[in-house]
Structures are given as C-alpha cells and as structure tokens.
Ligand binder design. Structure first.
Ligand code: PLP
Length: 396
C-alpha cells in the first residue's frame, strides 16, 4: 500500500517549520517516537530511573525483536549502542586479527571507519587495500574478487550507502563473494537503514551497523549492531563490563553468549524505546514502499536540479537512493547551506564524491571540495522539492 503522505506529515511536527532535506544527517522524528521518549523520561521523573526501566522491561526487550525483524536477524544477534560508529567499532575492534593479513575496503568507506581501521592496522601490522570503483562509482566487485583470490584477507569492510554520493553499493554481491571465500564481511548500513529494505541473509554480511537518527527517524544517540550468531564466539569484545560478562572462578570471566556482549550496562532507556518505536513505524509503513517513494522523490529532485543551468548533480551509481549531491557554479556549498537555512530549507554539505576518499586516505591535509547534500525522505513532498529548486533557480 502506498504511503499516506498527509498522515505521516500530520505525525511530523517539524514539517510545519522547515523543509527538511537532511535525513542523511538526522531526520525529523515522528510524534509516536517523541511520545515514547518523553513518556519514558516522565516516568523516570515520577518513579525513578531504575523503576521506570523495570516497568518498561517488556518494551525494552521488544526493541531487540523489532530491530531483528527490520534486518532479518535473530534478537540474540542484536546489540544496541549509542551511535553507529561505536556499534561498528565494538565488533571490528574485537576481531582476532592475524598479523600481516589484509583488510579490503571500498573507496567510499566512511571516514571514521577508515581511521579506526588505520589504528587497527598499525596495532596488528595489517595492510589496508582500497578497492577500485567501477565505472559507475560503485565498489568494483571484479577487483574485490581478484584480491580475495590472492588470499590472506582478514576482513572486507564496505559502506552500503556512502554519506555523500547517492549510490547504493552492490552489498549482496560483495557478501556472496566474501562467503564463497570464507572472509568476514562488515557492512556499514548507517545511511541505508530506514530508507530501503535490508536483509542480513540476502546481504551475506557477518556484521552490520546502523544508526537511529538518520533515515530510521529515531532519536539522536541511538544505534544498533548485528553480529551473525555463528561468529559471536570468535569476537571477544575489546572492552567488558558487568553487563557484557560475569566473573568465573577466582580470576576469570565469562562473556555473555549473545550480541549484547558488545553493549555496556548504562544506557538511555528513553532513547532505546524511541529507537524501537521508530523501527516499528518504519516496518508498519513497509520498507519497500518507503524505498519506492524515496527513490522517486530523489530522482525528481535530480532531474529538476539538472535543468537549472548553474547546477551540477554529482551522484553516481546504478542503484540510487535518497541522497542527492550537487553544486552551484560560483557558490560555495557552505554559504549556500546557510542561505537555504535562512529560507527554512535544511540541507547539509559534504565532501564531493570524487574527492572524498582521496582526502581521507591520502592524508594530504587538504580539505576536499564540498558539495551540497539534500537528502529526501518519504514524508517530503513534490512541493518542497520545487521550493528548493525554485530558490536555486533564483540564484543562478
Ligand atoms: C556512512 C556512515 N557510516 C557511519 C556513520 C556514523 O554514524 P554515527 O554518527 O551514528 O556514529 C555515518 C554518519 O554520518 C555515516 O554517514
């Protein structure tokens, strides 16, 4: 069933104030999500934090089942975290690396992940190999295959949807090849979760990290991690506490058996409940219809932008998503963002797709060229898109 856009907008207070085109940054949360968060904070105020968590125990437990359903996993394979980077790192830092093995990454790997991998590479004497892009700007699976065939690969890390490129990397194809080679596949789904269906079986990933505040429309400070049950035992968390392990014998400890071994004890229960509500909201709409509308609106925006003489659209890839990147001749991206914000249109800026990786990986210290990133979601309207394009037409 198609999305009732008017109904979801009625549940999104922010649309009354702004044209929000920054879902790749952080979405406007829906009223049910806000109610879940604020309702729990009120209970903490009224009866105490621990007592409120006890009262909400079933609902808190339900968050794991909701996230599991979202990505086709089991609840025991889900950990909750405070951000996508930490979720990703908790699994990756726990991997028992063999010195002198190789890490394969995509050209558009998230910059924060690259820094973490560099640290791991330095600590464990690993080599990072950056896979080529194919002619469409996606990860080149032929190059991946050649590197897998060469052997000595500890891990393949891929960002499903780069933060500023509009493309969707062929993750399932990467997963298939990693499985065939028996190599661990880590997928950063922070920008894809919430805007398209994800299924960890179809994707073939062993680890997947997602963040709450972007296309999932959850509260800030929420995220989740998936770790395939069959590899959990191999990944001893880099850090432990009284939630992730229990004492065993006089000097030992036993790490818990499920993915919650990657969590820490103290957390925001309100945030978790908000995340769970956001996941349920997305599931109720249906991720396939969400994707259809997001892709349609983004394509509409790209076409309208391309018709403005001074505008260049930078998105690449065969399969595209809700992220649209562009520049306006003679205008600095940051100034343009501020100028649009003054007109109550929220966009963000990001490194241009062509320079992003070079800037991160060559360490030249040179700032990359910046582009404007407008990221749409299902509750945006055609009128909002025309409003953005109309302003840009006026500047050119
Ligand atoms: C592709 C990608 N991965 C990971 C992250 C990090 O997520 P978080 O900010 O929740 O740590 C981001 C954030 O922008 C991202 O775009």
């Amino acid at each position: 069933m198609a999305i009732d856009v008017e109904a979801v907008r009625r549940q999104t207070r922010g649309v009354l104030s702004v044209v929000h085109l920054n879902h790749a940054g952080s979405s406007l949360v829906s009223r049910p999500v806000m109610d879940a968060v604020v309702g729990h904070l009120r209970r903490e105020e009224e009866i105490g934090g621990y007592e409120a968590a006890e009262e909400a125990a079933d609902r808190l437990e339900g968050v794991y089942s909701s996230v599991a359903r979202l990505i086709g996993a089991g609840p025991n394979e889900i950990a909750l975290a405070e951000n996508g980077s930490r979720a990703w790192a908790m699994a990756v830092y726990s991997f028992p690396f063999v010195p002198r093995s190789r890490l394969l990454i995509g050209h558009t790997e998230y910059a924060g992940n690259v820094l973490a991998l560099r640290q791991l590479a330095r600590r464990n004497d690993l080599q990072i190999v950056v896979l080529d892009d194919d002619p469409h700007g996606q990860v080149d699976v032929a190059h991946l295959q050649r590197e897998l065939d060469r052997g000595n690969v500890a891990m393949v890390a891929l960002t499903h949807v780069p933060m500023a490129n509009g493309l969707v990397n062929p993750a399932a194809e990467v997963g298939r090849r990693c499985r065939a080679a028996g190599v661990l596949f880590v997928l950063d789904a922070c920008q894809s979760v919430g805007q398209m269906p994800l299924d960890v079986q179809a994707l073939g990933c062993d680890v997947l990290a997602g963040t709450g505040r972007k296309f999932l429309r959850g509260p800030r400070g929420t995220a989740f991690l998936y770790v395939r049950a069959s590899i959990l035992e191999r990944l001893e968390p880099a850090m432990l506490d009284g939630h992730s392990a229990v004492p065993a014998g006089a000097e030992g400890f036993e790490v818990r058996g499920d993915a919650r071994r990657f969590e820490s004890w103290e957390t925001s229960a309100a945030g978790r409940l908000g995340l769970g509500r956001a996941v349920d909201y997305a599931l109720a709409l249906g991720l396939d219809v969400v994707q259809e509308r997001v892709v349609g609106l983004a394509e509409q925006l790209r076409c309208a932008l391309a018709a403005v003489p001074a505008v260049t659209v930078h998105d690449r890839g065969i399969n595209r998503c809700g992220i649209v990147t562009f520049s306006v001749k003679g205008s600095d991206a940051r100034n343009l963002r501020t100028w649009l914000a003054d007109r109550r249109i929220n966009v963000s800026v990001a490194p241009a797709p062509s320079t992003q990786v070079d800037a991160v990986l060559t360490g030249t210290g040179q700032g990359p060229d910046m582009v404007v990133r407008a990221s749409v979601h299902y509750y945006n309207t055609e009128t909002e898109i025309q409003r953005l394009v109309g302003f840009l037409r006026g500047t050119s």
